[in-house]
Design a binder for this molecule. Structure first.
Ligand code: SF4
Ligand code: SF4
Length: 355
């Protein structure tokens, strides 16, 4: 253990000494993964418990939204472009991957702009980009739409299921979640600004700390949370100032604002949350897959026995799901939380129960 980590571990232990059992929630897929990879839980005193919330964009994508992507992929003239992790998320009896195996045109992309190249290369096909993710990936989708508009690409559209984090945190905390402090997602704060989480102490009366993703950065943020809990003074600490400015990234925010507007979104585990999603603005209706296609709405029940909804609300640890590690494992996921390496169940599976 390096000296910085050891010093922070001791600082956290000192500040947490005498606190009642305390739950710290993180709402970021990379935190979920990094906490386990670095064994952060092992460094914390026994009265501090870390839980994962709705932080992985793959996990929180609702079954109905995924079903719309599957419907599009099933249309003969459509090529659906998606980040790779979405392909394996089960949706009823199918997934984007199983449809691709049956001949659907599903293209894995690492950047939304690849969809633009594809649209130019295949002008007779309808190219639909499946826009998934939070404030971090939404600006890239906004750039895609902006470019498609400037270049007048008629065969490109976007199915946006993008989400924004603050309203989901607000809803989750107001639903009575047993959480004492919030570790805020550094990448979201890098775009939206650390101040986007000011409502956590001011409205919810909970301490909040914006954190980076290295072990020392996460421990620094946890130490700040312990200090505020000990002093009983909830506040907002930006422990990731090298990337997250108080008011975020103006260029990314301008792109977001120009292309998207807020709307209600469906979150797996949390249901519909007003103003927590991003829809294309009216002036971009020509690039909006929801307007270009008559996509049916299909309810998709969670698989029998799957407890993803409870995992995403921090109510259940992954191994408490009866399917964990038996019927549900990364090579054969039953629920969404076992698909992406940032999903709570997949991270737990990869790094072990006690880490
Ligand atoms: S903040 Fe970054 S790492 Fe965390 S969930 Fe959002 S995109 Fe993923
Ligand atoms: S173990 Fe599988 S089925 Fe159970 S909650 Fe996790 S992802 Fe869902």
């Amino acid at each position: 253990m390096n000296a910085g980590v050891e010093a922070l571990r001791r600082e956290i232990a000192a500040r947490a000494d005498g606190l009642p059992d305390t739950v710290v929630m993180e709402v970021c897929g990379t935190h979920t993964h990094a906490m386990r990879r670095y064994g952060i839980r092992q460094l914390l005193p026994g009265n501090i418990r870390l839980v994962s919330g709705p932080g992985c964009p793959v996990c929180v994508t609702d079954g109905r939204d995924l079903a719309r992507a599957l419907w599009l992929a099933g249309q003969r003239n459509v090529t659906l472009c998606s980040f790779g992790d979405m392909l394996r998320v089960p949706c009823g009896k199918e997934s984007l991957l199983s449809l691709a195996a049956k001949g659907a045109r599903v293209r894995v992309v690492v950047s939304p702009l690849e969809a633009l190249q594809l649209a130019r290369a295949e002008p007779r096909r309808a190219i639909v980009y499946f826009g998934v993710g939070f404030e971090t990936t939404a600006p890239l989708t906004a750039a895609l739409v902006d470019q498609a508009g400037r270049q007048s690409i008629p065969n490109l559209s976007v199915l946006s299921v993008h989400k924004t984090m603050p309203e989901a945190v607000r809803t989750l905390m107001r639903s009575g979640a047993r959480v004492d402090a919030l570790l805020c997602p550094g990448h979201v704060a890098a775009v939206a600004g650390a101040e986007a989480f000011r409502f956590v102490p001011e409205e919810l009366r909970l301490p909040a700390a914006v954190s980076g993703f290295e072990a020392e950065e996460m421990l620094l943020a946890l130490a700040a949370l312990m200090g505020m809990l000990r002093a009983k003074k909830p506040g907002l600490v930006n422990a990731y100032p090298r990337a997250a400015a108080p008011y975020g990234n103006p260029a990314a925010l301008a792109l977001l604002e120009g292309v998207f507007e807020p709307r209600a979104a469906n979150w797996r585990g949390l249901g519909e949350i007003p103003a927590s999603g991003l829809a294309l603005r009216g002036e971009y209706a020509g690039f909006d897959a929801e307007k270009r296609f008559d996509i049916p709405l299909t309810d998709v029940p969670e698989p029998a026995g799957c407890r993803c909804a409870d995992v995403l609300r921090g109510l259940l640890e992954p191994p408490e799901c009866p399917l964990f590690g038996s019927a549900c494992a990364p090579q054969s996921p039953v629920g969404a939380c076992m698909v992406s390496s940032e999903g709570a169940c997949a991270a737990h599976y990869a790094y072990g129960r006690d880490l």
